[in-house]
Design a protein around this ligand. Structure first.
Ligand code: NAD
Length: 375
């Protein structure tokens, strides 16, 4: 059983899917591990650390030669994987809804694509879920970046020269990233409020000491919603939400938006007139920028200034904490593959529930239900 990891090739990707810690653990399961030279350099992991952990550090072609499993943060171009065993597994993020061509290319190459974004939201898969681990770090980093860009302090400060007011921070979308953003802004001493469409988040917001801001006139999503995910909201809801947000946002200094809907463009939560209503010097961080953005005018990997408000939009926020993001991503992959390790066969054998959820391609075909045309 041979596991290979390549250096990530996507622009701006700093993370790596293997760390010395997980290399050692895979070796303990009996796997041979090969990693491309320089794969960890942007996550501060030198080649020597992989070597010390027992992995072979070699050029790309040698790394993937005869591999049974390739792991990646973002799925590599299948053209790089021609030397693997036929039907080799590739465990990585595929952006299956956004990059259908890559899924087809994997099917055509006879590779078995395992999409880490499609990990089901069930208790036993929590430790395998890269969306959660990366969103957690992204929520933290968004607040830190916004605080750095903001020309004022976050906590209230009483000084001999007078009082500095606490910053008002508003978090829109209280999933994994939003909860971490609330906690981080609170730790920095801000006055925090937050909103979501799922009613279950109200209590979570309160338990972190923040103020929930909710549409009450039109029904939102009961409890957690299906699988913890939100759906597109009705026209009535969106109108009520826009009205509520307009009143609140004009008084905020920092807004962090995190709202996503799987398989759809991110919902638009902040319009240009709402941006114009904010005080000059305010900061918005759009964590959904890569999925189309929650904020009108936000652009991937740019900080745009509109009406004196800075709108930050990094497409890979977790990647700005490359070392931690890699450590958690690599552990998610290890937790996934090791949970299914068949000792006798010396390789992982997926069960139906998780296997069917994450498998995109098999025997030259796209097989995932979520990618089939809707009836
Ligand atoms: P997500 O990234 O899909 O979306 C972020 C948040 O935006 C969600 O809370 C969503 O409800 C919200 N949102 C969507 N449209 C909105 C709108 N128009 N206005 C305001 N907010 C909007 O969500 P996520 O971070 O992946 O987590 C969602 C839930 O799933 C959480 O409760 C989380 O705890 C749960 N979860 C469970 C598992 C597991 O059990 N294995 C794993 C991951 C997440």
């Amino acid at each position: 059983m041979r596991i290979a990891v390549l250096k990530e090739r996507a622009a701006g990707e700093t993370r790596v899917a293997l760390t010395p810690e997980t290399a050692k653990k895979f070796a303990a399961l009996g796997a041979e591990v090969a990693v491309e030279e320089g794969a960890g350099s942007e996550a501060s992991i030198p080649d020597s650390a992989y070597e010390e952990a027992g992995a072979a550090v070699v050029p790309a072609e040698a790394a993937v030669k005869d591999a049974d499993i390739v792991m990646g943060v973002q799925a590599p171009d299948p053209a790089l994987l021609t030397g693997t065993k036929p039907g080799a597994w590739v465990a990585a993020t595929f952006d299956p809804f956004g990059n259908r061509e890559r899924v087809e290319a994997y099917a055509n190459a006879g590779l078995e694509a395992l999409s880490m974004e499609f990990m089901p939201r069930i208790t036993r898969a929590q430790s395998m879920d890269v969306l959660s681990s990366q969103s957690n770090l992204a929520g933290y980093k968004a607040v830190i970046a916004a605080a750095d860009t903001y020309g004022r302090a976050f906590p209230m400060m009483m000084t001999a020269a007078g009082t500095v007011q606490a910053a008002k921070v508003f978090i829109m979308g209280v999933g994994v990233a939003g909860l971490q953003a609330i906690a981080t802004a609170k730790r920095l001493g801000a006055q925090v409020s937050a909103t979501d469409v799922r009613s279950a988040t109200k209590e979570q917001i309160q338990s972190l000491g923040a103020k929930p801001i909710f549409v009450e006139s039109v029904e939102g999503i009961e409890g957690e919603g299906s699988g913890g995910y939100a759906t597109e909201m009705s026209e009535d809801y969106r109108r009520a939400q826009a009205e509520l947000v307009s009143g609140h946002i004009a008084k905020q200094d920092i807004v962090i938006t995190t709202a996503l809907i799987p398989g759809k463009a991110a919902p638009r939560l902040i319009s240009d007139p709402q941006i114009a209503s904010m005080k000059p010097g305010s900061v918005i961080y759009d964590l959904a920028v890569a999925q189309g953005g929650n904020v009108e005018g936000s652009r991937p990997d740019e900080t745009v200034e509109r009406h004196g408000v800075k709108i930050i939009g990094f497409s890979n926020t977790a990647g700005r904490l490359a070392a931690d993001a890699s450590a958690l991503f690599a552990r998610n992959l290890y937790n996934f593959l090791s949970a299914f390790w068949d000792k006798e066969m010396g390789k992982p054998v997926l069960d139906e529930e998780i296997g069917n959820a994450v498998r995109l391609t098999h025997n030259g075909k796209v097989v995932n239900e979520r990618l089939m045309p809707q009836q």
